[in-house]
Design a protein around this ligand. Sequence first.
Ligand SMILES: C[S@@+](CC[C@H](N)C(=O)[O-])C[C@H]1O[C@@H](n2cnc3c(N)ncnc32)[C@H](O)[C@@H]1O
Length: 293
Amino acid sequence: MQPRQLCGTPAAEDLRGSPTARPRQLLQRTLEAPLAKNYAGGAAAAIATVAFATVGSKCRRKHRKIRSRSRRLPRRAMANDDRHHPSAKRNRGPILEALRQELPEDGAGFVLEIASGSGCHAEHFASALPKLQWQPTEFVPRDQPTRAAVLQEIDIVGAKALPNVLPALPLDASAPWEEWPPEVRTKAGHFTMVYMSNVTHISPWKVTCGVLAGAGQALAKGGRLVIYGPFKVDGKCTTQSNADFDERLRSQDPEWGYRDIADIAAEAEKHGVKFLQRQEMPANNFILTFEKQ
Ligand SMILES: C[S@@+](CC[C@H](N)C(=O)[O-])C[C@H]1O[C@@H](n2cnc3c(N)ncnc32)[C@H](O)[C@@H]1O
C-alpha cells in the first residue's frame, strides 16, 4: 500500500489528489531534510505567533484572563492553517452542513474519524460542534519512524487546540476489529458517528470493508456512518474527469479506484449498517449516509 505517493502528487483535480498526505509528506521532508518550503512557512507562522505572544504578553495578560479557551485556541490553530490541503479546506464547509443533519438534536456524542490526514476536518468540525467528542485516527505503519510525529501533527490542530478532540490514534482500518486501538474498542456500541473522507478510492477495497465492519462494531444503534468522496453510481463514474482520474488511480495501483455505491451498501449490510442515502456535494463528490440497525 502506498497512500503517500499519490497523496503528495498534485492531481488534475486537486480535490481528488489526496489532501491529507501532503502535510505528512511535508513533515517527513522536514524530518529527513533541513527545510521544506511550505512546512517552513507554517513553522515561521508559528514562530511569529510565539514571538508576538511574548512581546505583547504583558499588555494582553489581563485580556487573556477573560478570553475563553474555546475562542483562544482555534486562533492558534489558524496560525498553522497552511498545513492543510486547499481542497480539504474547501470541502469542509459543505461537509459540516451535511454532518449537522446526521447528528442528534442535542449535537452531542462520540465521533470516530477514520484517516484524519492533517486533521483539517477534525479541526473544523470539532470547533463548530463543541458538544461532540472527536476521536481522530490515522494510518501509520508500525515500523514508520515518523509514526509519533504524524499523530502529533494532527494533535496540533486537534487535541492540543480543542478541548473536545482526543489525541490522534494510529488505526489501520483494514485490520480486524480486534486490532483496532483499545481506546476505540472500549467504546464499542457507543459512537454516535463514524466519519471518513476521501479514502475509499485511494486505498484497497479491504480498507473500505474494514471501515464498514468497524462501523458495525463502533456505532450505537441508530448511529451514523458518513463517508465522503467520489464514487461510481450504477457502475459508472459520474463525470469524464472522474473516469480519467479513476483510470489513473488504477494504473498507479490496481487495488485503488472508485468504488460503486451499491457495492459499499451491500458490504455495509453484512455488518448491520444500512445505507440510507447519497447526497451530491460540490466538485462531483458525494456524502453517503448509513445507519446502524
Ligand atoms: C486522500 S487522504 C484523505 C485524508 C482526509 N480524510 C481528508 O479528507 O483530507 C487518504 C487517507 O487514506 C488513509 N489510508 C490509507 N490506507 C489506510 C488504512 N489501511 N487505514 C486507514 N486509513 C488509510 C491515508 O493514510 C490518508 O490519510
